[in-house]
Design a protein around this ligand. Structure first.
Ligand SMILES: Nc1ncnc2c1ncn2[C@@H]1O[C@H](COP(=O)(O)OP(=O)(O)OP(=O)(O)O)[C@@H](O)[C@H]1O
Ligand SMILES: [Mg+2]
Length: 352
C-alpha cells in the first residue's frame, strides 16, 4: 500500500481541457471514492493515476515518488473495470495467474497467490471453470482476484459493479469493504451509486466538469455540503431547493409563509436547501411552512416519497416512514424544522 498524491493534474485532448488542475492527497490505506456526473473526468483521473493516459500537466506521486514518466506496469497499481474482459479460453485459475506468469513469477508463488485470492473472494470452487460457466458476479470476483494476486500498492476500480443486478451489487459491495479491511490497501473507486459511495468511502471526492467541488467523509458531505452542487449530488434522495427572500431574522418561503431562523447574516441567503428525510407533515395550515397538492406518492415499503406541488409549480419531496395515510391530489401541509436547513447565496455557496 502507498499514498497517492495529485498536484495540479491537468488533462487536455487537443485544445479541449477536461481536467483542470486537480490537487488531492490520498493517504496510504485509505478508501477514496470519486463521484460526479457523467463526463466530469472520473475515469480520466483514474486512468492517469494508472498510467494508461498521459497527463498534460502537474505531478502524480505514488508512495512518495513522482510517476509521471513511469509506465503503467511499473507503478504498482491494479485496475478493475466495469467490463472485466476475462480471457474466455482460460480457466479461472489461469485468468488469475496469467499476469504473474508473464512477469515470470515462480510457479509455487503463483499458486499460493491465486489460491489466497480465491479464498478471500470465495471462488475456490470455481478455479477450474471457464468464464462462460460463471455468473456475472462470479466473473467480476475473478476480475478482482486478478488484481489481488498482483499484490498492488494501489487498487483502482472504475464502476466495477455497475453490470451486476441489484442484489449481487449489494453482496459484492460488502465483499469489497471486507477486502479493503483484509488487505489494508489504498483503494480509489469510481461509482455512480450513492450507496456505494456513502458506505465504502473513507472520503468522497465530488467532481464536476473537471474540477473538485469538495472532498470529505461521507457524513461531512451529507451534513455540510459547500455548495448546491454537492448538496444536490450527495444522498439517495436529492435535496429540495427553495427560492427564498431574506429579512433580518427570517426567510420568506414560496407561498409567502415565514421561516424564522436564529442564524445571523441572512441577508445574502437566496436558496434554502432541505433534505426530503428532514421535512415533516403538519396537521393544519396554521403551523405549516409550505402547502401544496400531493401529485405523486412512491411507496417503497419501509418508507414512502411524497411529491408535493407548490402553487408556483415546484415539486417538493418528503420522505415519510412506513405507509403514510395520504390521498393523491389532496392538500398537504409541511413544516421545516429549523435545525436541518442549508442556506446558500446567489452563487450557490453554502452559508454558515
Ligand atoms: N479520448 C478522448 N478524446 C477526447 N475527449 C475525451 C476522450 N476521453 C474522454 N474525453 C472527454 O473527457 C471528459 C471526461 O471523460 P471521462 O471518461 O473521464 O468521464 P467520466 O466522469 O468517467 O464519465 P462517466 O461517468 O460517463 O464514465 C468527457 O467530456 C469526455 O468526453
Ligand atoms: Mg467513466
Amino acid at each position: 500500500m502507498a499514498d497517492v498524491s495529485l498536484r495540479g493534474v491537468r488533462k487536455s485532448y487537443g485544445s479541449l481541457e477536461v481536467v483542470h488542475g486537480v490537487d488531492l492527497e490520498i493517504a496510504s490505506g485509505e478508501f477514496v471514492v470519486f463521484v460526479g456526473p457523467s463526463g466530469c473526468g472520473k475515469s480520466t483521473l483514474l486512468r492517469m493515476i494508472a498510467g494508461l493516459e498521459p497527463i498534460s500537466g502537474g505531478d502524480i506521486s505514488i508512495g512518495g515518488k513522482v510517476v509521471n514518466d513511469i509506465p503503467s506496469p511499473e507503478r504498482g497499481i491494479a485496475m478493475v473495470f466495469q467490463s472485466y474482459a476475462l480471457y474466455p479460453h482460460m480457466s479461472v485459475y489461469d485468468n488469475m495467474a496469467f499476469g504473474l506468469k508473464l512477469a515470470k513469477t515462480p510457479k509455487a508463488e503463483v499458486d499460493q497467490r491465486v489460491r489466497e485470492a480465491a479464498r478471500i473472494l470465495q471462488i475456490e470452487d470455481y478455479l477450474d471453470r471457464m468464464p462462460k460457466a460463471l455468473s456475472g458476479g462470479q466473473r467480476q470476483r475473478v476480475a478482482i482476484g486478478r488484481a489481488i494476486v498482483r499484490n498492488p500498492r494501489v487498487f483502482l476500480f472504475d464502476e466495477p459493479l455497475s453490470n451486476l443486478d441489484a442484489s449481487l451489487r449489494a453482496q459484492t459491495r460488502i465483499e469489497i469493504a471486507k477486502l479493503h479491511d483484509t488487505l489494508d490497501a489504498t483503494m480509489i473507486y469510481v461509482t455512480h451509486d450513492q450507496v456505494e459511495a456513502m458506505t465504502l468511502a473513507d472520503r468522497i471526492v465530488v467532481l464536476n466538469a473537471g474540477n473538485i467541488e469538495q472532498v470529505g467523509t461521507p457524513l461531512e458531505l451529507y451534513s455540510n455540503p459547500v455548495n448546491t452542487f454537492v448538496a444536490g449530488f450527495i444522498a439517495s434522495q436529492r435535496m429540495n431547493f427553495l427560492p427564498v427572500s431574506p429579512s433580518v431574522n427570517h426567510l420568506t418561503l414560496p407561498g409567502n409563509r415565514l421561516l424564522t431562523l436564529s442564524t445571523t447574516n441572512l441577508e445574502t441567503v437566496r436558496t434554502l436547501g432541505v433534505r426530503p428525510e428532514h421535512l415533516e407533515l403538519a396537521t393544519d395550515a396554521s403551523t405549516a411552512h409550505l402547502s401544496g397538492i400531493l401529485s405523486v406518492i412512491e411507496q417503497f415499503g419501509e418508507y414512502a416519497l411524497a411529491y408535493v406541488e407548490l402553487p408556483d409549480g415546484q415539486l417538493v419531496t418528503i420522505k415519510l416512514d412506513g405507509a403514510p395515510d395520504l390521498t393523491l391530489h389532496d392538500t398537504v401541509h409541511i413544516t421545516i424544522p429549523p435545525g436541518v436547513v442549508h442556506l446558500f447565496d446567489d452563487a450557490g455557496r453554502a452559508l454558515r
